[in-house]
Design a protein around this ligand. Structure first.
Ligand code: PNS
Length: 161
């Protein structure tokens, strides 16, 4: 059984992330979406909220598990007995950072492979940050994130603003 890990902050998940998760679910037997619990970042959504949002967003994909991790990704990959890290690549600008991370992960554990999937063109400009900023400034984000994410953001921004 081949297990792929899709790691990220998912603050919140976008349709771009979901496109990669769905396509990854056709390539490996099981996809583990691993939400980074990073105490140094100041996310909009708590780790529990991000997990619940992801569970709702992926409930139609049978071979997806949602989990969280902290510490080194390569250690988590080992712990899950996973075969590969699967990441989405949007533009050339992503490449440098992703290349650096993939090589660092390889240095930390030579058995850990990283696979990149090109994003679908309609999501190539999308990121959690741009979605949050647009929403905060009353821009329309319909079609860029699932509807329940828009509801969660509406609720969250009422709390934080
Ligand atoms: O969605 P993001 O914020 O681009 O995801 C980045 C993520 C979670 C993949 C990356 O920050 C990560 O793997 N963090 C774990 C810490 C780690 O292993 N660092 C050393 C090797 S790069």
């Amino acid at each position: 059984m081949k297990i792929g890990i899709c790691p990220g902050s998912f603050d919140p998940v976008t349709n771009g992330h979901l496109d990669i998760i769905k396509r990854a679910s056709h390539v490996v037997d099981k996809v583990v979406v691993a939400v980074l619990n990073n105490p140094f970042k100041n996310p909009l959504f708590t780790i529990e909220e991000r997990i619940n949002i992801l569970k709702e967003a992926t409930k139609e994909i049978p071979n997806v598990e949602i989990d969280s991790f902290s510490g080194l990704l390569v250690d988590y990959v080992n712990m899950k007995n996973a075969d590969v890290i699967i990441k989405g690549l949007r533009a050339v600008s992503d490449f440098e950072y992703e290349f650096q991370m993939a090589l660092m992960n390889k240095k930390l554990n030579k058995n850990v492979e990283t696979m990149f999937m090109m994003t679908s063109s309609e999501y190539s400009y999308l990121s959690s940050s741009i979605v949050k900023e647009t929403f905060k400034l009353n821009g329309c984000i319909e079609g860029l994130v699932p509807d329940h994410v828009i509801d969660a953001m509406r609720k969250k921004f009422k709390e934080v603003l």
